[in-house]
Design a protein around this ligand. Structure first.
Ligand SMILES: *Cc1c(COP(=O)(O)O)cnc(C)c1O
Length: 404
């Protein structure tokens, strides 16, 4: 069956396999990869119409290309949005969104627990252009309400957060945004559309780092914005064309192949994460486990409602310690005792990754800022992959068993 014939109402797992397959004249079953920077025009008249935008057709790779278009259509189908636009990285997508929505004098409300580069981009770089940002608690809706101003244009959140997995109430934030005519954007990197579709709760825009679960195997950098066509086509389209944060066809093709297995990976990795989280809760030497799938998580019920009943694949745990130095020594001992999992700062991979946030992703914060964020030196983040659960437990036990 060709793509144009797909019936309505297909399930997300089927959409992930079937939407927007680009086939060449050879009829290959797998998606073709069109690696080209430019496109030959049949004649000068056609070229003129395509450049003027009065006729559909590809012109130049920075503007759009067939493999990138396939990725955009498939991701939009999976998020349940009218359209999507690719970007070279997740941060490229966030830059494009901010350039499209904000101007001098505008105000943004942003969770203070967002991805570090997002905080720096909005607070520092856009601050230089006269955009004002208020950073508020991830979980206290009252702080978001109190921060609203007549000039507020954008509310931006990410859920669950890295590394403490705090969950925000998407529907409540969407209502607040709309009460002042602002938009709510949600960075859906940690759940992916397999678990959480923010537009179903009223969000206007969904941001993705395709580098994480969408690819899922740590091969390429990619990003995207999903949302209504009036914003994707008319506001963000011109920015990617002129600004050049374009997604490469090769990366788009890799992520398209990643989307095919996204649903089954998220289910399997989340099941592994839940098993590890429950097991860690019972280990002597572990003072606290942070995972939305645990009943002990402060926003457990909200997370289960928003995330298709699944906790996701990222968890953190704290080993405690009498001082910051002692806590760090305990965490380093557990990390360095592993022989299977990878010591890295990335996430969203089939290979399990172990990270010490206090000296890596959050290492540039002062000790006081880290304390305020709740990121102690005894904290370890685990981005759980598809490694067998027994091997994961044994790998962690090597260090936990010999903690001093
Ligand atoms: C990694 C990440 C990003 C940035 O994505 P890149 O592809 O690395 O630019 C944005 N948000 C979240 C939540 C992330 O984890």
């Amino acid at each position: 069956m060709s793509d144009g014939n797909l019936p309505d109402g297909l399930h997300r797992d089927t959409l992930a396999l079937r939407v927007a397959i680009e086939r060449s004249q050879h009829g290959e079953h797998s998606e073709a990869l069109y690696l080209t920077s430019g496109f030959v025009q049949p004649d000068a008249e056609t070229a003129a119409r395509r450049f003027a935008g009065t006729e559909a057709g590809f012109t130049y790779g920075r503007t759009s290309s067939p493999t990138v278009t396939s990725f955009e259509q498939r991701l939009a189908a999976m998020e349940g949005t009218e359209a999507a636009i690719g970007a070279s990285t997740g941060m490229g997508a966030i830059l494009m969104m901010c350039m499209g929505l904000l101007k001098s004098g505008d105000h943004v409300i942003c969770s203070q627990s967002m991805f570090g580069s997002t905080l720096a981009l909005i607070g520092r770089e856009f601050g230089k252009f006269g955009v004002e940002t208020t950073f508020v608690s991830q979980t206290e809706v009252g702080e978001w309400r109190a921060a609203l101003r007549p000039t507020t244009k954008l509310l931006f959140a990410e859920t669950p957060t890295n590394p403490l997995t705090d969950v925000c109430d998407i529907a409540a934030l969407a209502d607040l945004a709309h009460s002042v005519g602002a938009l709510l954007a949600v960075d859906n990197c940690f759940c992916s559309p397999a678990l959480q579709r923010p537009v179903e709760f009223g969000a206007d825009l969904v941001i993705h780092s395709g580098t994480k679960y969408l690819d899922g195997q740590g091969r390429v950098m990619a990003g995207a914005i999903c949302g209504p066509a009036r914003l994707i086509v008319d506001v963000f389209g011109p920015i990617v064309r002129t600004g050049g944060m374009t997604l490469s066809p090769f990366s788009a093709w890799v992520v398209l192949k990643g989307l095919e297995t996204l649903g089954i990976r998220m289910q399997a990795q989340s099941a592994n994460a839940l098993a590890v989280a429950r097991w860690l809760e019972a280990q002597a030497g572990v003072s606290r486990v942070y995972y939305p799938g645990l009943a002990s998580h402060p926003q457990h019920e909200l997370a289960m409602r928003q995330q298709s009943g699944v906790g996701g694949a990222v968890l953190s745990f704290d080993l405690g310690g009498n001082s910051a130095e002692a806590a760090r020594a305990r965490a380093f001992h557990v990390i360095d005792s592993t022989r299977v999992v990878s010591i890295a700062t990335n996430l969203g991979d089939t290979k399990t990754i172990i990270t010490h946030p206090g000296t890596t992703s959050h290492g540039r914060l002062s000790e006081a800022q880290r304390q305020a964020a709740g990121i102690g030196q005894g904290l370890i983040r685990l981005a759980v992959g598809l490694d067998h659960i027994d091997d994961l437990k044994a790998d962690l036990l090597r260090g936990l068993d010999s903690l001093k």
